[in-house]
Design a protein around this ligand. Sequence first.
Ligand code: PMV
Length: 319
Amino acid sequence: MTAISRSASGKLILCGEHAVVYNRPAIAVPVDQIATSVKIFAKPLAEKGLVTILIPQIGMESNLKNLPDSQPLKHSLAILQDYFKINHFPACDIRISSTIPISSGLGSSASLSVALIRALSEFLGQKMDNEEINRVAFDLEKIHHGNPSGIDNTVITYARPVYFIRGEEIEFIPLVKPLDIVIGCTGIRASTAQAVAGVRERWINQRLKYDEIFSNVGKITTQIRESLRQGKISDIGLLLTQNHKLLQEMEVSCDELDELVEAAMSAGAFGAKLTGSGRGGNMLALVDASAVEQVKDALTQAGAVSTIHAIIQPSKGVG
Ligand code: PMV
């Protein structure tokens, strides 16, 4: 049986998370080393509308109709059915697999949305350009995260480093050198929606303090953009570590993340910070290629449940 197969990468927020919700800039990069794959197998002889969802990693094999309406994938497919203006999907199996850890700030939900939209648009013969894919993926992100900034779906759709300000035109950053990044996972799953809501509550109660933190994050992000353009890797490292301090002030870090950041710095990283919404999930360390193994080992010794070496290639940023 021939299948339509589409995949989408994971992502890292290099800097600016949380402040980006308050219209400050953030930078995100695609991570090709982790990805989601969606395969659609047509079943022309099966009963109309019979869609089977298969996610072998979590042991799911279910008729779409039998999933609860609140299930995010069912909700996403209902939105896509409306978008494609069809009463039901042609009978098919939708098989999903992913190497992106879930609920940990590496873009698992946006990656699934982008891969799913691409596979379905091909399956249904309805062409979509990146702008359209990004717009629809943003609608699906709202199911997962309530009030997302849109940075995750944007970096994953375009698969290039982006300098992102909510509501403004997307700016791509041309890298001049590869970035070697070691990602360390705390193993703690944390809800983005809860972390974002927590920051909002504190912002409402301590507006001046939080506005100042967000503005300082914005300044750091703009400086990182310049250093990326000039390939000043060690400058970027210092700025990333400053960003982590501001995230601590926002109260979105935790002991486990702080310990991994410390460990990476002691092992020679240029800089390190939490990435994504925090309170668990992952941290990143910017390193020299020669230091990758020692930083990975240090993170493992400091309690990381897994590490990933992500290489962000300049070709991704050209243009
Ligand atoms: O989905 P995560 O964990 O990568 O975090 C998203 C980044 C936030 O700035 C915290 C929220 C957002 O929508 O931009």
